[in-house]
Design a protein around this ligand. Structure first.
Ligand SMILES: Cc1ncc(COP(=O)(O)O)c(C=O)c1O
Length: 409
């Protein structure tokens, strides 16, 4: 007998579990053997594989029983939390109240977002997000039936006037922001806008979730102060960090910084979800972090990604901009965000590019909470694309665009 699975699935969950457009485009691109400018992942050749191998070996040569038992460090390994605290303090990202006991290790920021959704969202509440923003965060927030308000994002952060007007309209539970080299735009929020938003947060009593996975991938000057540090004693900012983009996403390790009361609740959520995290990854990561010259390691990552970015900018300037693409050069991160005003349906054009010219990118509308927005926008990722392939990808895109626009007439 075959179970009729459809009727057993939770209706609300089923609606969220749609194949993401990013997944769909990546699948189509690989089936068609297309040059992919889609993935928001690090460049494989930059994984510190040998150093990580040594770090794992060292962990496995240590106390094996501790790796094979349930861990009683439910908020994460103490030495790793301490390392993160000292590293962030050195960089001026922390207010004075943060100690290692305010750091909670996650299996990546995505898990952090999921926990914070459960903690702070009551069914049907409204939250404010940047427009555009990271779609997997939107899908996570809908777990608790979130309603979205979108604030337009500019090159230096959210439009403050629009922010005020939205707050006048509706009460929000929290503001979710990707502060540096945002996914998908590459934009960063400047200090004065952060200060204005912190004032609004006090006045309207909402929380700020500061998601910062691209922090160390800057190709110009380092990022400005975090919301967390700027807020000082006003402990309404919850910070999310991640090792995915700067060490390896497969380690699935990130962290949340939150005040004591929130830590207590996170601890209970950890027990309900996975009881505890595995210690082997955490210890290996700690070994890697303490045995690596981190400043020069991060410099070398930035050096390579900057070359990738510059090549893609050069290619877009040469082959796509003359045909109508507008875009800003990102100062860090993995992404270039653009608009092609003549394109009315970027999904259709994206599929056309994969099939006709074997080049793939992500149509921009999926980054908006309101899917009718951004139909002429586009996201390129340069992270995994070395210079010669970036130029080739842009050449193919230019050629596809020329043909497509001629056909559209
Ligand atoms: C803005 C943003 N937040 C969170 C994540 C998830 O990161 P992690 O691998 O730490 O779960 C990503 C990954 O692309 C991201 O772009």
């Amino acid at each position: 007998m075959t179970v009729k699975w459809e009727k057993h699935f939770n209706e609300k969950t089923k609606k969220r579990l749609i194949l993401s457009t990013i997944g769909e485009m990546m699948l189509l691109a690989s089936q068609q053997n297309a040059l992919s400018l889609t993935a928001g992942e690090p460049y494989d050749l930059l994984y510190p594989s040998e150093a990580l191998k040594r770090a794992f070996e060292k962990a496995l040569n240590g106390n094996l029983v501790s790796h094979f038992s349930y861990s009683n460090e439910r908020t994460g390994m103490y030495s790793l939390r301490k390392w993160i605290k000292e590293w962030m303090a050195q960089e001026g990202l922390l207010p004075s109240w943060v100690t290692e006991d305010h750091i909670f290790i996650t299996s990546g920021s995505q898990e952090g977002l999921s926990f914070l959704t459960e903690l702070f969202l009551t069914e049907g509440q409204t939250i404010l997000v940047e427009s555009p923003t990271y779609p997997e965060a939107l899908l996570t927030f809908t777990k608790e039936g979130a309603q979205f308000l979108e604030v337009p994002l500019e090159e230096d952060g959210p439009n403050i006037e629009a922010f005020r007007n939205l707050l006048a309209r509706e009460k929000i539970s929290f503001f979710y922001t990707i502060v540096n080299y945002q996914n998908p735009t590459g934009y960063s929020t400047c200090t004065s806008k952060k200060k204005a938003i912190l004032e609004l947060a006090k006045e309207h009593d909402f929380l700020i979730i500061e998601d910062d996975p691209y922090h160390h991938l800057y190709y110009d000057a380092p990022p400005e102060k975090s919301y967390l540090a700027l807020a000082g004693d006003d402990d309404r900012v919850i910070y999310l960090g991640s090792f995915s983009k700067i060490v390896a996403p497969g380690l699935r390790t990130g962290w949340i910084i939150a005040p004591e009361e929130v830590m207590g609740q996170l601890l209970k959520l950890r027990v309900l979800s996975t009881l505890c995290l595995q210690t082997l990854h955490q210890e290996a990561l700690f070994n890697f972090l303490t045995e690596t010259d981190m400043p020069s390691y991060l410099n070398s990552l930035r050096h390579t990604y900057k070359q990738h970015r510059d090549a893609m900018v050069e290619g877009l300037d040469a082959y796509v901009k003359p045909l109508g693409l507008t875009f800003q050069i990102p100062k860090g991160g993995f992404f270039i965000w653009g608009r092609i005003p003549q394109i009315k349906d970027m999904h259709h054009f994206a599929k056309y590019c994969i099939v006709e010219e074997k080049v793939a990118f992500i149509p921009g509308d999926i980054f908006f909470a309101d899917p009718s927005k951004g139909r002429d926008t586009i996201r390129f990722s340069f992270a995994k694309t070395p210079p010669e392939l970036a130029i080739e990808g842009c050449k193919r895109l230019g050629s596809a665009l020329k043909k497509y626009l001629n056909g559209q007439k």
